[in-house]
Design a protein around this ligand. Structure first.
Ligand SMILES: [Zn+2]
Length: 280
């Protein structure tokens, strides 16, 4: 089975052909079965059964897609919720609903933060069911941004490199990560981040899986690599610590062993998926 990180999967039918057809969009918005996402405290509301909540569409502003034939919307959200509040509840979400949560949160957040044309500064307008914004002054089109992040494991002689960021809960270690920079491919970004954060050179960068991460709009690209050395020089401006763990230590942590030397990342994080699929 290929790895399936949380937030990954098909979600709704995004029905791209409809987005570009104003008459079709208007017809869909008038349907009796049109529903819009319920928000609570600036985040998609999660019911006790882990499902998203929907209500009759009063403000069909952002067209999330089709569930069968039935259109699904979100209203614009001027004020988004706190990320820490989202982290506290998102693990309760039914994994099948998680891609819809991710799309709705990233899309609403993009509109709330990108109300003005980046080219000329005029107020722009949502078009194509909310999947782009157009500037009425200079006609520039703007699209919801996706920020690629490499997140990666390095192995050396059976040991695995993990690090901890200052904001992690005590004793949690996870995969190293960093934004892909312009003019850089994934392999170069992985190699650069390992060298910057841990002082190691790597080879054999391999793609494993990816994950939309809607806080606010990242695409986490999970990779593995082979380290060319064991000595670490940890960048303490970015990390509290980075160290090698044995395969047995990683297995104990994933199994929830109270004697394990570290706490693994939560099941919502692709770092957890990478650890669980670390090839023997
Ligand atoms: Zn403009």
């Amino acid at each position: 089975m290929p790895p399936e990180p949380f937030f990954s999967g098909p979600g709704l039918d995004r029905a791209d052909l409809v987005r570009g057809d104003p008459a079709a969009l208007q017809m869909l918005a008038g349907r009796d079965d049109a529903l819009e996402l319920v928000w609570a405290d600036g985040l998609p509301a999660i019911a006790d059964n882990g499902r998203l909540q929907w209500q009759a569409a009063e403000r069909p502003e952002l067209f999330l897609g089709l569930d069968g034939d039935s259109p699904r919307y979100s209203a614009h959200q001027p004020q988004l919720g706190d990320v820490r509040a989202a982290f506290a509840t998102v693990g309760l979400l039914d994994p099948a609903e998680a891609p819809i949560y991710a799309a709705a949160l990233s899309l609403a957040g993009w509109h709330s933060r990108h109300r003005f044309c980046a080219n000329c500064g005029q107020a722009s307008e949502a078009v194509r069911g909310g999947w782009s914004r157009r500037c009425p002054a200079c006609s520039a089109d703007h699209f919801p941004r996706v920020d690629p992040v490499v997140i990666m494991l390095a192995e050396y002689d059976g040991d695995l490199l993990l690090g901890r960021q200052p904001h992690y809960p005590p004793n949690r270690y996870s995969a190293l990560a960093g934004f892909v920079e312009v003019g850089e491919n994934l392999e170069a970004a992985v190699a650069r981040e390992f060298y910057e954060e841990a002082g190691i050179r790597v080879a054999d960068v391999r793609y494993v899986a990816s994950q939309p991460w809607p806080f606010p709009s990242s695409l986490m690209i999970g990779c593995t690599a082979r380290a060319l050395g064991h000595d670490l020089t940890v960048d303490t401006t970015e990390l509290d610590d980075a160290r090698w763990f044995t395969r047995a230590e990683v297995a104990a942590a994933l199994a929830g062993d109270p004697d394990a030397p570290f706490l693994p990342p939560p099941k919502t994080a692709i770092a957890r998926t990478l650890l669980e699929h670390w090839p023997a």
